[in-house]
Design a protein around this ligand. Structure first.
Ligand SMILES: [Fe+2]
Length: 439
C-alpha cells in the first residue's frame, strides 16, 4: 500500500504539460491499486454491512467509479453517461450509510468491471487533456485531482470499515518506525502574530481550504506531540471517565448513555490494556498516539491535563505556513507516517525530520487531530465545484480534524487540508494534541 514516490502530488507551478499528465496517470493508478487491494476479499466481506456507521465495502468501490464517471467523463469531457441508472444508488446524499445495504448494489465483480470501464475512458480523456485548458474544472488538472483525492479518502474509509469488521488478513502488518525518543520540552510556544491560513495557490486544494486569509493569534503553547496511549491511560486510571467536571455536558451525557470507559477497540484484562487492530489482539503500546477517541474524549482529556484543544487556526499556524510542516517538498517517508506504510500510528519522536519550523512534530500523519473548531467557511468562501462537497456541512454540527492519519495518502495530507466529523465519532483514525493560552 506504499505509494510514496517522486511524483509531484499537487503540481505547484506551470508544470511541463507532459509531466503533469504523467503525474496524474501515476496518481490515478496508485489510488486504484489501493482500492482494489482493500477489496481483494471474498464477496461476503464486501457486501456485508459491518457497522451502521459504514457502507458495505462494495458500495464504496462502485461509488468511487461513479464519482469518476460523473466528474471526469460527464462534467469535464461531456461524455454520454455509461450507467445513468446507478447514479441515484451511489449518491451519498440520497442514501445515508445505514440504508445502503438494502439498495440493489452492483455485485463485487460487476463493480470491478464498471470501475475498469470508467477508468479506461478516463485515461483516454487524460490523453487528450490540454494542460493549458483554464476552465476552472480543468486548470492544473483539478478534476483529476478531485477524483484521485476522493478515491484515497474512500480508501481510508474502507480501512475504517475493515477495522470494524474485526477480520484479520486483509491488512498487512508493516514494521513501525522505531521511536527515537521524545524531544524536550513537551510544549512549544508559538508567539503572537499574524499568519496566513488556508490557500489560494495549491491547485488541487478543496473549496473549504480557500481562500488564503490573514489571522492574528495571541501567543499560545501547543504540545510537541499528539497525546499517547500511555498518557491517555493515566487519564483513565485517574477516573477521567467518571468525573463530570471534566466533560462537555453533551459528552457527559454520551459517556453515561453508552457506558464508555476507554477508547474504541480497547479492553482491560485486569492488569493492562489491550487493543484489537485489524482482527488481532495486542498490548496497547504506550508511546503511540492514542486513536479511536471522539471529540468529547479529547476535550475531557485536555481539561484533565489543565489544557484545551487547539483551534484549527492554532493547529495550522504551528505548521509554519508551508505545504507540509517540513517545507514544500512532498513526503519521502522520512518525515511522516502516511499512505498506509504501517497499519498503525508511529511512536512519538519517530519523525524529527518532519518537525515544523517551531519544532512541533507529527502534525501530518499518524492520527487525525481533533480541534476545538466547528467546520465553518473561511471569509470569501466560494463553493466549488458543488455545494455538497463542503458548504452543506458548515455550521455547529461537525468538528474539524487536521493533519491526516497513517491511513491518509500524501496527496490528501497538507497543512491546509480540513476534515470534519460528528463529535461522537470514534471509528476514524483520530487522536489529538493539546494546547493552552499564554499564562
Ligand atoms: Fe464520496
Amino acid at each position: 500500500m506504499t505509494e510514496h514516490g517522486t511524483i509531484p502530488t499537487a503540481p505547484t507551478g506551470p508544470a511541463e504539460p507532459g509531466a503533469l499528465k504523467e503525474a496524474i496517470a501515476a496518481e490515478l493508478a496508485a489510488a486504484r491499486e489501493r482500492s482494489l487491494a482493500y477489496t481483494d476479499a471474498d464477496d461476503d466481506l464486501l457486501v456485508r454491512q459491518h457497522s451502521p456507521l459504514m457502507s458495505p465495502l462494495v458500495w464504496d468501490l462502485a461509488h468511487v467509479g461513479n464519482y469518476e464517471e460523473l466528474w471526469v467523463l460527464r462534467a469535464a469531457a461531456g461524455i454520454t453517461p455509461l450507467r445513468p441508472e446507478i447514479d441515484d444508488m451511489y449518491n451519498a446524499f440520497k442514501h445515508p450509510r445505514r440504508e445502503r445495504p438494502s439498495l440493489p448494489l452492483l455485485g463485487p465483480d460487476e463493480a470491478r468491471r464498471y470501475l475498469a470501464t470508467v477508468r479506461s475512458r478516463v485515461l483516454d480523456v487524460l490523453d487528450r487533456f490540454d494542460p493549458r485548458d483554464r476552465r476552472p474544472l480543468c486548470a492544473d488538472g483539478f478534476v483529476f485531482g478531485l477524483v484521485i483525492q476522493h478515491e484515497h479518502q474512500h480508501d481510508e474509509t474502507m480501512l475504517a470499515t475493515l477495522q470494524l469488521s474485526g477480520r484479520p488478513g486483509i491488512v498487512r502488518d508493516d514494521p513501525t518506525p522505531p521511536s527515537r525518543g521524545r524531544t524536550k520540552p513537551d510544549e512549544v510556544y508559538i508567539p503572537a502574530g499574524v499568519f496566513t491560513m488556508g490557500t489560494s495557490a495549491a491547485p488541487w486544494a478543496y473549496d473549504n481550504e480557500r481562500p488564503a486569509h490573514q489571522i492574528y493569534l495571541p501567543g499560545y503553547w501547543i504540545d510537541r506531540y499528539p497525546v499517547t496511549n500511555g498518557e491517555y491511560a493515566a487519564f483513565i486510571a485517574d477516573g477521567g471517565y467518571r468525573d463530570p467536571r471534566l466533560w462537555h455536558p453533551e459528552g457527559w451525557e454520551w459517556v453515561q448513555r453508552t457506558g464508555t470507559s476507554a477508547p474504541l477497540f480497547w479492553t482491560w484484562d485486569g492488569s493492562s490494556w489491550w487493543r484489537t487492530r485489524f482482527g488481532r489482539l495486542e498490548p496497547v503500546p504506550e508511546d503511540e498516539p492514542v486513536q479511536h477517541v471522539c471529540w468529547y474524549e479529547a476535550d475531557a482529556y485536555a481539561r484533565w491535563a489543565g489544557k484545551r484543544l487547539p483551534t484549527e487556526a492554532e493547529w495550522e499556524k504551528a505548521c509554519g505556513g508551508r505545504t507540509y510542516p517540513w517545507g514544500d517538498r512532498p513526503p519521502t517517508g522520512a518525515e511522516a507516517n502516511l499512505g498506509h506504510r504501517a497499519a498503525r500510528p508511529a511512536p512519538v519522536g519517530a519523525f524529527p525530520e518532519g518537525a515544523s519550523p517551531y519544532g512541533v512534530e507529527q502534525l501530518i500523519g499518524d492520527v487525525w487531530e481533533w480541534t476545538d473548531s466547528w467546520f465553518r467557511p473561511y471569509p470569501g468562501f466560494v463553493s466549488f465545484p458543488y455545494r455538497e462537497y463542503s458548504e452543506v456541512f458548515f455550521g455547529q454540527t461537525y468538528r474539524v480534524l487536521r493533519g491526516g492519519s497513517w491511513a491518509t495518502h500524501p496527496t490528501v495530507a497538507r497543512t491546509t487540508f480540513r476534515n470534519w466529523d460528528f463529535p461522537i465519532r470514534r471509528q476514524i483514525f483520530a487522536g489529538f494534541r493539546c494546547a493552552r493560552s499564554e499564562d
